[in-house]
Design a protein around this ligand. Structure first.
Ligand SMILES: Cc1ncc(C[n+]2csc(CCOP(=O)(O)OP(=O)(O)O)c2C)c(N)n1
Ligand SMILES: [Mg+2]
Length: 319
């Protein structure tokens, strides 16, 4: 089903929210108010915003470290996500998960993990539970092209295929894993080609085009919901910043970075909505102002929240 005008505007709002959230992280990090690592999700907004619009409330989202847009779009409040990233008690995991371990049973978000690819078998387990309990819920599981080189990916996709599980695998291929370009990680050009060896369809999409993301991922979700099994979707993407905040990025050329910056998905989609007269600038600016306030409040909330005590940090450590 294609998105109506209202849906397209909501898609833009979710992309803008994700972008503003990343900007707040950049700023807090630069001001030395945020400790630890930040893996910027700038450039990864389209896929996650689309995923969050497609999933039903009872479905499961298993994101990875670069899919914060799906987490925010799904409805995990910016303030609880930011507080978690800052290690504060008011975070969605009481501040003990941090940036790498975001989960929230309230919004059915099960992921992310610090071990690349470790969330993929978790997604398959959730899909297996959906199938056994016949609850008709679908899982969307995200990872990068680097994650698709792990054994966990191959075992998980094989099991999902043989059991026709209700899961859609979404690989956000941003052409780098840390500082290694794709050609140093694998001999093939497309991660989607791996789908054939498990007997499922592999589809390539433009990860900078939110409408294409929505259209194709939604079809794969209904395929899964109708009991027809999994799909592997590869969204060709690019991270507009480094692997981590502070990365000098000397492993990629200025020309390459400029080429992708010109395609900035948030700016281009806004322009597209305006150029096609789908909405007007005033409407979008009103909506942006609400998001800006939400982010300002999240920053205030996270900064003013307390860190967990030493005993709270260790409360759920069993060994
Ligand atoms: C099993 C494992 N190996 C290595 C790392 C270190 N590491 C952290 S992020 C990352 C790159 C992952 O690349 P990709 O899956 O393409 O995701 P991207 O960060 O590019 O979105 C690596 C190698 C890790 N966390 N886990
Ligand atoms: Mg990558």
């Amino acid at each position: 089903m294609s998105l109506n005008n209202e849906g397209k505007i909501e898609l833009y709002r979710r992309m803008y929210l994700a972008r503003k959230f990343e900007e707040s992280l950049d700023k807090l990090f630069a001001e030395n108010k945020l400790a630890g690592w930040i893996h910027s999700c700038k450039g990864h907004e389209s896929t996650g915003a689309a995923i969050s619009l497609i999933l039903k409330k009872s479905d499961y989202l298993v994101p990875y470290h670069r899919s914060r847009s799906s987490i925010l779009g799904r409805g995990l409040a910016a303030k609880h996500l930011l507080a978690e990233i800052m290690g504060k008690k008011t975070g969605c995991c009481n501040g003990v998960g941090g940036e790498a371990h975001i989960m929230d049973p309230v919004t059915n978000i099960y992921g992310t993990g610090g071990i690349i690819g470790s969330n993929i078998p978790i997604g398959v387990g959730l899909a297996y539970s959906s199938k056994l309990s016949k609850n008709n819920n679908v899982v969307i599981c995200g990872f990068g092209e680097g994650g698709s080189n792990r054994g966990a990916f191959h075992e998980a996709l094989n099991m999902a295929a043989i059991w026709d599980l209700p899961i859609v695998f979404v690989c956000e291929n941003n052409y780098y894993a840390e500082f290694s370009p794709q050609h140093e990680q694998m001999k093939i050009e497309n991660v989607a080609d791996r789908a054939a060896s498990y007997g499922m369809e592999g589809i390539i999409i433009d990860g900078y085009d939110p409408l294409e993301c929505h259209h194709v991922i939604e079809k794969a979700v209904s395929h899964a919901r109708n009991g027809k099994g999994p799909t592997l979707i590869e969204a060709k993407t690019y991270r507009l910043k480094g692997h981590y905040e502070g990365d000098p990025m000397n492993y990629r050329s200025k020309e390459e970075m400029e080429k992708w910056a010109k395609r900035d998905p948030v700016l281009i989609f806004k322009k597209q909505l305006l150029d096609t007269s789908l909405t007007d600038l005033q409407t979008l600016e009103r909506l942006e102002a609400i998001v800006n306030d939400e982010i300002d409040e999240a920053v205030e909330f996270a900064l003013n929240s307390e860190y967990p005590s030493q005993s709270e940090v260790l409360a759920n450590v069993y060994a």
